[in-house]
Design a protein around this ligand. Structure first.
Ligand code: XUL
Length: 526
């Protein structure tokens, strides 16, 4: 039976998911994760990254990702449940924005790997930079402003690339490298994203960047899925020849190299272009058409959709693997603020649930949930804003925080998509809390479903490998068919809104919007 491998190189680890798909059966047959801190301690990372000496600098060693790939392929090859002979195509996703810098020896090194030896030590000479800046890096504010000014302003950059300049995006990171280490920049012949770097390791040659991950760089013309000459010129000299080509995420760039075939007896499976973890997770969550909204409750909360009709001001627009657009807004105060509240009042999740259920709507008392400065809306002064209660009332604080977060997400959804929302798919660690999802359902006024699969980006990559394989053999399958059997919402995990509470929250959301507009630019009153 044909098998498809999806890999996800996230910030903290590497996950592999193998799916089996034929006429009769569709199921996950293998799922395994490596954690960088725990399983590769020799690289000295904390949560998968290292902090630099300068403020805001965060990076990872690219050999660590290669080493993890080598170990994962070894584990997969010896897994009893997988007949690796049957793997037809491999794709992947990776943390977005991070970059890998290679010198002129990379082509030779990758094509002449010794299958008897470990991968990572063989790559040592091909890096033009030992560190890969990752998306947590926040050290490029001057470069962001310089790039925006050079293209004619922040809004022009947004119109071209889908986002104004962001510190973590690849263009500002490349500009900073060029300014600080011009010789090392000149010695760089190839700049990869983490996704195209990993695909290149599998292929044994340069792999392209797909439009999904390319749209997280501040370098790609979103309308044309091509490098933007204006953005490239604004970033660093001679950049075009250092970047891989942009190719669709449903194409293969080649086959698994002889290194992997000989080392672990893999077949020459097609290497389907990798993408960013967010675009790939659209497929893994089944968010493939307008009307479905995904809400990810993580350290930050994210609301995203797959739509041809973006709202007026999403934080970012990326290209989705379906060819539509992926629009998203990020809320910095997600689990960050929820966990702070739990810790502050020494509450377990059962108690939080009881408090949320005790008085939905909080008796009309609202809180603006900005423990830290916020990105949506832009809030420069940190601090909760409470209206009509103080920090001593635990119940009002818990409800004020969670309901405030949900009302902010619901109100700002208009910036994500112009499509009416039919249902919500909830993902991320905090989605395990049913009481939170009940507040979400009541505030948005639609059904909320929790997904079963933990790593939706890796699942999305495996399903994309399947989609590309069918296309390549002239038997294309629709995205609906691709995700069928894997991402249907489980009715047992449905949380429906209480109609009366939905009406009540519709009113409270208006009050919340007024308070937000009044207070977002003002410091909190202590
Ligand atoms: C998205 C972003 C993160 C990383 C995490 O813009 O920076 O979600 O992709 O892996």
């Amino acid at each position: 039976m044909p098998l498809y491998l999806g890999l996800d190189a996230s910030t903290q680890g590497l996950t592999a998911i193998v799916v089996e798909i034929d006429q009769r059966d569709r199921r996950i047959v293998f799922q395994h994760s490596l954690n960088f801190d725990r399983d590769l301690p020799e690289y000295g990372t904390t949560a998968g990254v290292r902090q630099g000496a300068d403020a805001g600098v965060v990076y990872a060693p690219p050999e660590m990702w290669a080493d993890a790939l080598d170990r994962m392929m070894g584990t997969l090859a010896s897994a009893a449940e997988v007949d690796v002979e049957n793997i037809r195509a491999i794709s992947g996703s990776a943390q977005q924005h991070g970059s890998v810098y290679l010198n002129g020896s990379a082509g030779t090194v990758l094509s002449q790997l010794d299958p008897v030896a470990r991968l990572a030590p063989q790559l040592e000479t091909m890096f033009a930079r030992r560190e890969s800046p990752v998306w947590l890096d926040a050290s490029t504010t001057p470069e962001c402003r310089e790039i925006e000014a050079a293209v004619g302003g922040a809004e022009t950059l947004r119109a071209i690339t889908g986002s104004t300049a962001y510190e973590r995006f690849t263009g500002p990171q490349i500009r900073k490298f060029h300014k600080e280490q011009p010789e090392a920049y000149d010695a760089t012949t190839r700049i990869h994203l983490v996704s195209s770097f990993m695909a290149s390791l599998l292929r044994g040659a340069t792999a392209p960047i797909d439009p999904g991950d390319g749209s997280g760089m501040n370098l790609m013309d979103l309308a044309g899925n091509s490098w933007s000459p204006a953005a490239l010129d604004a970033t660093a000299p001679g950049l075009l020849e250092k970047l891989p080509p942009i190719r669709p995420s449903f194409e293969s760039s080649g086959r698994l190299s002889s290194y992997w075939q000989k080392r672990y007896t893999f077949p020459p499976a097609a290497i389907v272009n990798w993408s960013g973890d967010n675009p790939s997770s659209l497929i893994g969550t089944g968010v493939i058409r307008p009307g479905i909204l995904a809400v990810s409750l993580g350290t930050s909360d994210t609301v995203f959709a797959c739509t041809p009709h973006p709202g007026p001001r999403p934080s970012h627009i990326f290209r989705a693997p379906t060819g539509d657009l992926m629009t998203l807004v990020c809320f910095r105060n997600g689990s960050l603020a929820r966990e702070w509240m739990r810790f502050e009042h020494r509450l377990d999740w059962d108690t939080v649930a009881r408090l949320l259920e005790e008085q939905p709507g909080n008796g009309g008392y609202v809180m603006l949930p900005w423990l830290e400065t916020e990105t949506t809306p832009s809030v420069p002064h940190a601090g909760f804003r409470r209206f009509g209660f103080d920090q001593m009332d635990v119940g009002k604080n818990v409800r004020g925080l969670v309901e405030g977060q949900m009302m902010a997400m619901a109100n700002h959804t208009a910036n994500v998509t112009a499509d009416p929302v039919e249902r919500i798919i909830a993902t991320g660690g905090a989605a395990a809390n049913r009481a939170l999802l009940q507040v979400m359902a009541n505030v948005f006024g639609v059904d909320v479903y929790r997904l079963d699969v933990g790593n939706s980006a890796a699942l999305g990559a495996a399903l994309r490998a399947y989609h590309a394989d069918r296309l390549a053999v002239g038997e294309p399958v629709s995205w609906k068919t691709v995700v069928s059997g894997f991402t249907e919402p489980n009715p047992g995990h449905r949380v429906s809104p209480n109609p009366k509470l939905a009406v009540m929250y519709a009113d409270l959301r208006q009050e919340y919007a007024i308070l937000e507009a009044l207070h977002k630019d003002r410091p909190p009153i202590c």
